[in-house]
Design a protein around this ligand. Structure first.
Ligand code: ADP
Ligand code: ZN
Ligand code: ZN
Length: 734
């Protein structure tokens, strides 16, 4: 009897929604989860073996043979492959692209699963004897390079480049003198990854922290919501849970929202846990990411901290998954493979049979709904430890107090008081640039983006008009095209507020933190350091400031203008506004001194504000969830969006109307189809945007409907003429 033929089904990074069948490399036993190089059209591509089976829908003699088996050992283990396969089905995204999203770039390109090496420089014994002080007078750069090598022992190109742009030439001179040597070493992991003993000791836990820790099972699946007010010591709870896992020889995966959060958090984890921490985020170089990924993969890293895509990190010894600030929107990918890392974290914990902890001061309403319904365990930290108190939130009624350049008298007075007392103040305005509108007071014309239905934002320092939706730029103008009157900047952005604050408080240094001031690598860390070492006294910024940072000396927070959020069009806008108000308010009074918050609004009687501020977040959430139940919005319904865009509006609607017919034909009575409807900002980057909303009471119905729907749309003639994508469990409806 001849052995049954073996076929490998390969996931290839293309937008085609299927696996591709090949014959395995001759003489090699294929294993699922290993990479292969295969012929694909006229190219050779790297793919991952998703399955090994004994048949193909194609005749065997039509199958091509794989060229090379790259990995002897699988790089994706069985459970991870299974999760990726599930996610591909659930989010209706091609399996090849899903698997590619889980791999570091170098692995996608077929590099060996081995750590990259880098060049490092160090001093020779002769180099150590050089009198750098004397040298500094004649050759400053030489002396500075020797000094950094003396201090660090070993330095990389990146560190040396910071000394002088001409470092390489100078270093060669030093090499010729026999003072420095260069060698190739395995890419050094960041200090955090080297196993070192911890230097910080844990504070004595509060009773609530202890109860929360006891409430999380050490083994076996359980999902917990850790709801703790800002500064209540959630991170401390995570650290204890992770220590338990380290003691048991298991790995912990920690997801955090944004990279701005990571340096400080990482420091704290390192000081408490010692080394063995691998970091995964998009700000790393490809080599660093590969190495950190490999240390998770080979089990060296006991703790993996990363942003969204770290949910796909390999975990050979899984023990625990934590999602910090679980309400944060950045856990949902907003283009391409539109997965929710928070939701996948719960799925993965169940699959791996480990506990998952979702932590937040302002949990997402769907998470609260799960906790209140008994599906998640609900752990609470209602107070800050020690003497720290939750800050009071004061409303400034703008109908009573006039604004000067965006600031009211009560807020200005509070700032003065706190600054004079030696404390720091934080001012929150979620709008960057100088002014959001440039208006002609004579004829009423505004400067518009030519590619979007949006106004150009004036950036005064750069003297440019910039569209915040498509990135278009043009030089700023000062007179109206139509009537030649002088244009006036209207409205307030962080750049303008910076000037106002500097004029009002000339003696207190200010830092502004937004996307414009932190574009350069390392800039964000530098600005945060200035806040922490008290060089800066006023801290002004956008939502980048609201995310979990701990500034112990900030006692006063001003929320300048968040009224827009009161009238959002999305069913989640109220939830988002409440979260950002409480998160930014939570930056006040984290040290020993009490904090206060001033919120300026034209609508002090708006029910969102009165419920939130008088009754608290849970009461606000309960009320909002009742409304969602009555109007059948998530979590009481399940949604998918067919998003599409096209330069021709007619074509766009022809496509969506066809898609709607298809949907109605396929949908049973359980599914309703709404639209097509234009997005509120109809045109962006020169393309019209519109969508179809699929709405159903049960997730199961949606999941049975979507595959057939997707295939049917892909088969429509117009599907190749418009851009379209499916967004399952969309976070934003527009
Ligand atoms: P969260 O993660 O909820 O914002 P953190 O864990 O960052 O809170 O704690 C806030 C502050 O309180 C930190 O400075 C932390 O060191 C301190 N802290 C946490 N737990 C305790 C405790 N049990 N005793 C004293 N201080 C604590
Ligand atoms: Zn005009
Ligand atoms: Zn634009």
């Amino acid at each position: 009897m001849s052995p049954s033929p073996t076929v490998i089904r390969v996931a290839i990074n293309t937008p085609v929604n299927k696996l591709f069948d090949y014959l395995p490399v001759a003489g090699k036993t294929p294993v699922a989860g290993s990479r292969v190089r295969v012929p694909f059209g006229r190219r050779h591509l790297v793919g991952v073996i998703a399955e090994v089976c004994d048949h193909s829908e194609l005749p065997l003699n039509k199958l091509k043979r794989a060229i090379e088996l790259i990995d002897a050992e699988p790089i994706l283990d069985g459970p991870l492959l299974e999760m990726l396969n599930w996610a591909s089905g659930y989010y209706q995204h091609p399996p090849g692209e899903v698997i590619a999203a889980a791999l570091p770039v170098a692995m996608r390109q077929g590099d060996a699963a081995a750590k990259a090496s880098v060049q490092v420089w160090s001093l020779t014994p002769a180099g150590r004897d050089v009198d750098t002080g004397a040298l500094a007078r004649k050759a400053a750069v030489q002396s500075a390079l020797l000094a950094i090598l003396a201090n660090t022992g070993q330095a990389t190109a990146e560190q040396l480049r910071a000394i002088s742009p001409g470092w390489r030439k100078t270093l060669a001179t030093l090499g010729e003198r026999g003072w420095v040597v260069c060698e190739e070493v395995e890419q050094p992991l960041p200090d955090t990854a080297v196993a070192t003993p911890p230097s910080d000791r844990a504070p004595k836990l509060t009773a609530a922290q202890q109860a929360a820790i006891n409430g999380v099972r050490v083994k076996g699946f359980s999902a917990c919501l850790l709801e703790g007010v800002t500064g209540s010591g959630k991170t401390e709870v995570y650290l204890h849970l992770i220590e338990q896992q380290i003691a048991a020889g298991r790995q912990s995966l920690v997801l955090v929202p944004e990279i701005g959060l990571t340096p400080q958090l990482l420091d704290r984890f390192e000081r408490r846990l010692g080394g063995g921490i691998a970091v995964l985020h998009s700000n790393l170089s490809d080599a660093q990411r590969l190495n950190n990924w490999l240390s998770a993969w080979n089990g060296e890293a006991r703790v993996i901290i990363g942003t969204r895509s770290a949910i796909f990190a390999p975990l050979p010894d899984p023990g625990l998954i934590i999602v910090d600030e679980e309400h944060d929107g950045s856990f949902k990918q907003q283009d391409g493979f539109r997965y929710s890392a928070r939701d996948l974290a719960v799925w993965r914990a169940r699959q791996l049979n480990v506990p998952v902890v979702l932590g937040s001061a302002t949990p997402a309403f769907e998470t609260l709904h799960n906790a209140w319904g008994g599906r998640y365990q609900h752990l609470r930290l209602p107070e800050r430890p020690g003497s720290a108190q939750q800050p009071d939130i004061n409303i400034v009624d703008l109908r009573k107090y006039p604004l000067t350049e965006g600031l009211s008298q009560p807020l200005l007075a509070a700032l003065q008081r706190h600054l004079d007392a030696g404390d720091q103040a934080l001012i929150y305005l979620n709008r960057r640039g100088f002014a959001p509108t440039l208006l002609c007071p004579n004829c009423g014309t505004t400067e518009e983006c030519r590619r979007c239905d949006a106004r150009m934002v004036l950036h005064q320092k750069r003297n440019r008009l910039i569209c915040h939706h498509c990135g278009s730029e043009r030089p700023a103008v000062s007179v109206c095209d139509t009537c030649h009157s002088e244009l006036v900047p209207v409205g307030l952005g962080t750049e303008r507020l910076e000037q106002t604050l500097q004029a009002a408080f000339p003696n207190y240094p200010l830092v502004r933190i937004d996307r414009d001031t932190t574009r350069k690598r390392g800039e964000l860390e530098k600005l945060f350091a200035q806040v922490r070492n008290r060089e800066a006294r006023i801290l002004l910024g956008t939502q980048m400031l609201t995310k979990g940072h701990d500034f112990p000396d900030v006692t006063c927070v001003g929320i300048v203008d968040s009224d827009q959020g009161l009238f959002g069009t999305d069913f989640r806008s109220g939830e988002r506004l409440a979260q950002s108000i409480l998160q930014v308010a939570g930056r006040a009074g984290r040290g020993d001194k009490p904090g206060e918050v001033w919120l300026q609004t034209w609508y002090p009687e708006h029910p969102l504000l009165t419920t939130l501020l008088n009754e608290g977040y849970p009461a606000f959430a309960k009320q909002a969830l009742n409304e969602r139940e009555q109007t059948a919005w998530p979590p009481f319904a399940h949604l998918a969006l067919l998003r599409s865009e096209c330069a021709k509006k007619e074509l766009l609607f022809r496509f969506l109307n066809h898609a709607r017919d298809v949907a109605i034909r396929l949908a049973g009575t359980e599914i309703s189809v709404m639209g097509p409807a234009s997005s509120p900002m109809e045109r962006r980057s020169g393309r019209y945007r519109a969508q179809l909303l699929i709405h159903t009471a049960h997730r199961g119905h949606l999941q049975r409907f979507l595959p057939g729907f997707r295939d049917a749309i892909a088969g429509l003639d117009d599907a190749r003429r418009v851009r379209w994508s499916l967004d399952v469990d969309p976070l934003e409806l527009f």
